[in-house]
Design a protein around this ligand. Structure first.
Ligand SMILES: [Zn+2]
Length: 351
C-alpha cells in the first residue's frame, strides 16, 4: 500500500514577511531533495494532493468568528495576528488545505488505501488556539485530524506525539479534559523557549487527568535524553494506553543546528525517534501513523529529516548522515530526574 506524501502548491504561497524563518523553502527544498534522492521514483511513496477541509470539520477546534477573521484578512491581502504571525492572500486557503490534508491522510489510512502518511504542509498548526493565531500557526491541523478520528471513525484512543522543539500548547488545550486523545509533548523547557508552557505538572483535568504529558527537556538535550524518554516514558505509556492511531507533530527545530532553539538532536536522533514511533504503531495499531510537519528552520535539517522520515515510513534503507552532537552529563541527569517526576505524576493512571 505504501506511504502517502501529502503536498499542495498552495502551501508554498503563504508568506508572512520577507526573511521570516517559517518560509516556503522549508517545503520546496525538502521536496527537491527527496526527489533528487530517487525516493519518489519507486513504487513505495505516493504524492497525494489534498482538498480543503470543510468548515464543520474545523469548527469543533476553532471559533467560527476567528476563522472568518483569518479569511477576511487574507482576502484583504494581508494582516498581522502577532508580531511574527501574519497572513498574506493565500494564508486562509493554505491553512484549510493543510487541515484537509490531515483528514485525507487519516481517512486513507483507516480505509487501508495507504499504510501511513507524511504531511509536508504549512502553515504549521500546533500553537494555534481555539480563537487565536500564534507562533506561525493558524489552524491546528493535527487536532482537526485527531477530532475527526474520534468523531467520524469512532476511535477512543488517539496518541499525539509532538516532538517539535516548542510546546504544542494548542494541541494540549484542545484535548486537556478528554482521554480520547493522549497528548505527549517532547520539547525544550518552557522557562527557556516560546510559548513558555508545557510543564510536567500539566497532566490534564477531569476525564483527561493523566492524558496530557509534557516531557519538558533541559536545554541541550539530544539523542541520549530523547532515547531515554522513549524507553522510560513513551513506550510504557503506549503499553498502558494502547493507541488505536498515532499522530505525530514533527518539528526539526530540536536539531542542534536550528537557529531558533537550544536542543541537541542530530539527524540520527530524529531517525531513532521515527523508528520507535513506527514500531509502536506496528505493535499497537496495525501500523496506523500519520506525521504532520510543524517547525524546523534549518533548511538542510528539514530536508534530511524529511528524507529519513519517508525512508522509515516506506520501509526503505535509512540514509545515515554524519552530524554529531554530545549532550552534557548535567543535562542527562536533569532529564532523568524529570522522567522520574513525570512517572510519579502519572502514577495510578499509567505507571
Ligand atoms: Zn517549533
Amino acid at each position: 500500500m505504501g506511504t502517502d506524501l501529502v503536498f499542495h502548491d498552495i502551501f508554498t504561497k503563504h508568506i508572512m514577511s520577507k526573511g521570516h524563518p517559517e518560509r516556503p523553502e522549508r517545503l520546496t527544498a525538502s521536496l527537491d531533495y527527496v526527489t533528487k534522492s530517487g525516493l519518489l521514483s519507486g513504487s513505495k511513496i505516493h504524492l497525494i494532493e489534498p482538498k480543503p477541509a470543510i468548515i464543520e470539520e474545523i469548527t469543533p477546534l476553532h471559533d467560527e468568528n476567528y476563522l472568518n477573521l483569518i479569511k477576511s484578512k487574507s482576502a484583504a491581502g494581508g494582516g498581522f495576528f502577532t508580531l511574527d504571525t501574519a497572513v498574506n492572500k493565500y494564508t486562509y486557503d493554505a491553512a484549510i488545505m493543510a487541515a484537509g490534508g490531515g483528514i485525507l491522510a487519516v481517512d486513507r489510512i483507516i480505509e487501508k488505501k495507504t499504510e501511513n502518511a507524511y504531511l509536508l504542509c504549512r502553515p504549521p498548526g500546533h500553537h494555534a488556539e481555539f480563537n487565536r493565531a500564534l507562533g506561525f500557526c493558524f489552524i491546528n491541523s493535527i487536532a482537526v485530524a485527531a477530532h475527526h478520528l474520534h468523531d467520524k471513525h469512532e476511535l477512543q484512543r488517539v496518541l499525539i506525539l509532538d516532538y517539535d522543539a516548542h510546546h504544542g500548547n494548542g494541541t494540549q488545550n484542545a484535548f486537556y479534559s478528554t482521554n480520547h486523545v493522549l497528548y505527549v509533548g517532547m520539547h525544550q523547557d518552557g522557562r527557556t523557549l516560546f510559548p513558555g508552557t508545557g510543564f510536567p505538572n500539566e497532566i490534564g483535568t477531569g476525564k483527561g487527568k493523566g492524558y496530557n504529558v509534557n516531557i519538558s527537556m533541559y536545554p541541550g538535550a539530544g539523542d541520549k535524553s530523547y532515547r531515554l524518554a522513549f524507553q522510560e516514558v513513551i513506550i510504557p505509556l503506549c503499553i498502558s494506553y494502547k493507541p488505536e492511531f498515532i499522530l505525530v507533530s514533527a518539528g526539526y527545530d530540536g536539531h542542534f543546528d536550528d537557529p531558533l532553539t537550544s536542543l541537541g538532536l542530530t539527524t540520527s536522533g530524529y531517525a531513532m525517534m521515527n523508528s520507535f514511533l513506527h514500531s509502536l504503531a506496528e505493535e499497537h495499531c496495525d501500523g496506523r501513523i500519520a506525521v504532520f510537519l510543524e517547525g524546523g528552520y534549518n533548511l538542510d535539517t528539514v530536508a534530511k529529516g524529511t528524507r529519513n522520515l519517508l525512508e522509515e515510513l516506506s520501509g526503505s534503507p535509512i540514509t545515515r548522515f554524519k552530524d554529531t552532537h554530545t549532550e552534557s552529563e548535567t543535562c542527562t541527569e536533569n532529564n532523568k530526574a524529570l522522567f522520574d517526576q513525570l512517572k510519579a505524576n502519572l502514577k495510578g493512571v499509567h505507571f
